[in-house]
Design a protein around this ligand. Structure first.
Ligand SMILES: [Zn+2]
Length: 129
């Protein structure tokens, strides 16, 4: 099998992860109708020939669903929450959240990059320290 088979998929993921490496949370848009695509979509269903353009998301999102984990995993200290958040632009993505007692579905969360450059979501927008 040639690399071509996976090329499109890989390029799509790479655009997103390259954005993260530059501390930018990106969403894919159709350049024709400006629809924001879900991260599972590779092309606009109405304009599959148009390709995509990547835009920086606002970083504002709401909690769609979450689970609290009480056992540590990798470098995560328990307890923490693993959530699916819905960006204000529409796409959903999974992320870790602080396991705050008042965490609830529908609450607003804010994307930011921690000191290690990892994408994290917080329940409060960052205040300048
Ligand atoms: Zn379109």
């Amino acid at each position: 099998m040639s690399g071509q088979t996976y090329g499109h998929h890989t390029a799509h993921e790479r655009a997103f992860t390259d954005g993260l490496a530059k501390r930018r949370l990106l969403v894919a848009k159709c350049p024709v109708c400006s629809s924001v695509l879900a991260y599972t979509q590779r092309l606009c269903p109405d304009h599959p020939r148009a390709g995509l353009e990547w835009c920086t998301a606002s970083g504002q999102a709401t909690v769609h669903t979450f689970s609290i984990y009480r056992i540590g995993y990798a470098d995560r200290e328990p307890p923490y929450a693993v959530a699916i958040v819905q960006l204000d632009e529409g796409p959903r993505l999974s992320c870790a959240l602080p396991a705050e007692e008042d965490l609830r579905v529908g609450m607003p969360v804010f994307a930011e990059f921690d000191s290690a450059g990892s994408l994290v979501f917080r329940t409060q927008p960052r205040r300048d320290q």
